[in-house]
Design a protein around this ligand. Structure first.
Ligand code: S3P
Length: 164
């Protein structure tokens, strides 16, 4: 089976859904942010603060292209679709799932989060602008779109399996 990639905005639920999906399918799960931390020896916050976002994006693309191509679930960072190269890479894959949560759901989930450097730089209006800017990019990269607001993780997982 080709790898399953989960894409979507911060707080859409990619991490929880990818973990439960991997358990159900009995395959390993990878997370691009976690791989970046391993590769660089720094936290995501440190990379943004010390090396800058551009360096982070380079590492993110490198990691995406080095993930296993089969029998794995790959959870990606919300900004992975910012690069045309990454969108093209994903667009050629069979199982790219866009987890689409409403902006209000996302804000509710992330209100006390201090691990996402982009959000701490942005006020709500700027975050919503980024959300709207990215929406068509997720759709360009994905071939399966699943609504992620008001549903349990297991409902989302079942829906993904059904639609693959
Ligand atoms: C980012 C999302 C984060 C992480 C980084 C940048 C983004 O991942 O990659 O903070 O640009 O949306 P999650 O989507 O897992 O929060």
């Amino acid at each position: 089976m080709e790898a399953i990639y989960l894409i979507g905005f911060m707080g859409a639920g990619k991490t929880s859904v990818s973990q439960e999906l991997a358990i159900k399918l009995e395959i390993p799960v990878y997370d691009t942010d976690r791989e970046i931390v391993k590769l660089s020896g720094k936290t995501i916050n440190e990379i943004f603060a010390i090396d800058g976002e551009e360096k982070f994006r380079d590492l993110e693309s490198e990691v995406l292209h080095s993930m296993p191509l089969g029998n794995a679930v790959v959870s990606t960072g919300g900004g992975i679709i910012g690069s045309k190269k990454n969108r093209l890479f994903l667009n050629e894959k069979m199982n790219v799932v866009f987890l689409n949560a409403n902006f209000s759901t996302i804000m509710e989930r992330l209100k006390d989060d201090d691990t996402r450097p982009l959000l701490s730089q942005y006020n709500v209006e700027a975050a919503e602008k980024l959300y709207n800017l990215r929406l068509p990019l997720y759709r360009e990269a994905a071939n399966i779109e699943v609504g992620a607001s008001g549903k349990s993780v297991s409902t989302i997982v079942d829906e993904i399996i059904q639609r693959m």
